[in-house]
Design a protein around this ligand. Sequence first.
Ligand SMILES: [Mg+2]
Length: 218
Amino acid sequence: MPLLPWDEIDTVLLDMDGTLLDLHFDNHFWLSHLPQRYAEHHGISPQQAADELLPLFRQHAGQLNWYCTDFWSRELQLPVSELKREVAHLIALRPDADTFLAALRAAGKRVALITNAHRDSLSLKLERVELAPYFERLISSHDYGFAKEDQQFWFALQQDFGFVPGRTLFIDDSLPILRSARDYGIAHLLAVRQPDSRKPEKDTEEFAAVTDYRALLP
Ligand SMILES: [Mg+2]
């Protein structure tokens, strides 16, 4: 775990799923719950459902549609937001994420949530976990029309939120997104060692990673 130069950081941008929240909810929903409901709806086996869905997921990964509940509801003819509610009890904070957020606030940092999650998914999560009070802004990339993987997202964020890339820390569990932020010039970048509590630790390649939020406090 790196020690952060907190006196050189005045803005903190944080991803939601897999960074502040346990990715188990999303993985369970997309890889198990949704295929199960899809299989029931079409009268096919769960294996057939997975065989149909996984290539579709792969095709749209990393694009704004991938994160769009309206898109998947249309594409799959299933009420995706309602189906998410069926497993909403799995939505949970990662350990000490709230302690970290409270410390950022106490240290006077500007803090924004920046997520590729659709507003529907964001609302569902905010109903289940108390995140909103810690943030100056809650930003969904759907508001700008570009996913975080896209440079255009960062230009739009700059226009809207105004931050100094060289004095900004960004934490995200997605390596393509961290690379996009690095290309834009964000100076301090951290990945997440274990985004899904039920899965093994992740190889975060060229990025240092958060293992314990308590070790990161300003
Ligand atoms: Mg994430």
